[in-house]
Write a protein that binds this ligand. Structure first.
Ligand code: G
Ligand code: G
Ligand code: NA
Ligand code: MN
Length: 254
């Protein structure tokens, strides 16, 4: 079978899983959110990374049903956690450009929020810079509808794309997520340190919250704390884990 045939079958046969990675708030030393990350559990082959199959899912048009499935799962799970463990938990879901350009996205999200009971402010969509360089005429109405709905928007992998900084003004973006390539060499590489500081300062100046991803050690945590970055995510705290394992993290002393 081709990967394409396999992908279509996988959705029908429920071989996809949603993993969750915690986001920590330094101020409160506690979990404030989670990022939903898709995994493919192919029988006999173990877990396959989305880096391998998302591009193909986009190519064959499967990203729309697959992306909607992730949104439904993540909203349902998060509302359950909000009721049982953590009333303020926020869920972040990655949205590919093809999904964002789907005119039905906003209605689908609205319906999913209604059905799961998750409040709109507890849902954050992670988009990438590349999206912002596509057609303004379709992008702006989409941003406007999402803003009216009350969901927030995070700019993922920030600093790696080629979008001009004027886009930060043009679009209602709530959060900047510093790409992990900038975090990786902190605190030893002076360029990474300077760039991370600059991104944090820019976020603050534009009234956006700033999240650091790819945080892997204590030195990075200390640097980010000193630099005023409040929200952290990375292997230092936890890798992405299945929902059942994520629940054990609520009890942990961070
Ligand atoms: O979790 P991991 O590092 O393997 O993810 C690899 C890439 O796949 C990342 O860029 C991540 O943003 C992307 N990704 C993970 N889950 C989803 C998803 O549900 N939808 C989309 N569009 N991308 C995802
Ligand atoms: O593109 P995006 O930022 O959505 O990618 C998220 C991916 O990053 C997840 O698939 C996850 O597996 C990976 N990731 C999460 N934390 C870390 C980390 O601390 N270091 C590295 N190298 N990757 C991470
Ligand atoms: Na992401
Ligand atoms: Mn990212």
């Amino acid at each position: 079978y081709s990967l394409e045939t396999n992908l279509r079958r996988a959705l029908a046969e429920q071989e996809f899983r949603v993993y969750y990675q915690p986001k920590l708030c330094l101020n409160h030393s506690s979990i404030v959110g989670a990022e939903a990350l898709l995994r493919w559990q192919m029988p006999g082959l173990g877990l396959i990374s989305p880096a391998e199959f998302i591009p193909i899912a986009e190519e064959i048009g499967l990203i729309l049903p697959l992306g909607r499935w992730v949104l439904e799962q993540a909203c349902q799970q998060t509302q359950r956690w909000r009721e049982q463990h953590h009333a303020d938990l926020v869920i972040s879901v990655n949205i590919s450009p093809k999904q964002f350009q789907d005119t039905g996205l906003c209605k689908f999200i609205q319906r999913t929020l209604q059905q799961t009971g998750l409040p709109a402010h507890a849902l954050q969509l992670e988009i990438t810079e590349g999206l912002l360089m596509t057609d303004l005429d379709t992008l702006l109405p989409m941003f406007e509808s999402l803003r009216q709905l009350g969901v927030s928007i995070s700019l993922d992998d920030f600093g790696t794309g080629f979008s001009s900084l004027s886009y930060l003004q043009r679009f209602p973006i709530d959060n900047l997520k510093i790409d992990r390539s900038f975090i990786h060499d902190i605190p030893h590489n002076p360029d990474s340190v300077a760039l991370a500081r600059a991104i944090i300062a820019m976020g603050q100046a534009l009234q956006m919250s700033v999240t650091a991803e790819g945080v892997e050690n204590r030195e990075q945590v200390q640097f980010l704390a000193e630099s005023g970055c409040q929200e952290l995510q990375g292997y230092y705290f936890s890798p992405p884990v299945p929902a059942s394992e994520f629940e054990t993290l609520f009890q942990r002393n961070w």
